[in-house]
Design a protein around this ligand. Sequence first.
Ligand code: SF4
Length: 221
Amino acid sequence: MVAIFDAISEPIARRITGGLVRIGLVLKSRAWKGAGSAGVTPTQGQALSMLREAPAGLHLSALAKLLGVSAPTASDMVNSLVAKGLARKEAGTDKRSITLKLTTDGEALAARTMEWPDFLGSAVEALAPAEQAAFLRMLVKLIRTLQINGDIPLQRMCITCRHFRPNAHDGPNPHHCAFVDAPFGDRHLRLNCAEQEEADDETKDANWQRFVARDAIIAAS
Ligand code: SF4
C-alpha cells in the first residue's frame, strides 16, 4: 500500500516547499496590510524590527546585509525612516561611521511590526514544546543552507557564531554559549542574536559537524 502512495505522491520536498510558500504568501499579505496602515513599507517595517533587536544601533552596511539589500537601497530607506521621525543617525567615534538607532516613535512602531506575524506565532504555540524545539532546530538547518547558497541574507545565528560550542554537555542543554558562559538547549537556539559574532569558516564547519552529529541520537530517542 505504501508503494501506491509513493507512486501517486509528489516528492515530499515539493510538498513541504508548497506549504512554506503558502505561509510566505500569508505573511507577505499581512505585512503589506500592517505596513500600509503604519505608513511604511514592509521592508521599512523589517528594518525597524532589526534596529529594535540591536539597542546599541546598527551601521548602515550591517542593516543592508541583514535585509539583503544594496547599500544605496538601504541608505534611501534609512533616509525615509529618518524623515518620518522613526530613526536617527548618530555619529560614531570615527566621523565617517554612522550608527542608526530608533527614535521613541520608531520604538513604538517597531513593537507593532513585531505583532504582524502574531497569527503564525499562535499556530506555532499550538505545537508541543518538543515539537517547537525540533522545528527550531530544523529551521536553523534550513536557514544555514539558504545562507550558504546565497538565498537569504546573513543571519546572526548561534550556528555560525564564534561563541557557540555545540554538544559540549550531556543532558537536555547540550550546547554552550561562551559569551554568557552558560549551557543551553535546541529550544534556545537564536536566529537573530545581538551578541552574535561570525566565526571563521574552519570553526563554522567544525561546529556544524558537532551540531549535526546529534541528529542520530535524536532519531534514535
Ligand atoms: S552569543 Fe548569541 S548567537 Fe552566539 S552562541 Fe551565544 S546566544 Fe548564540
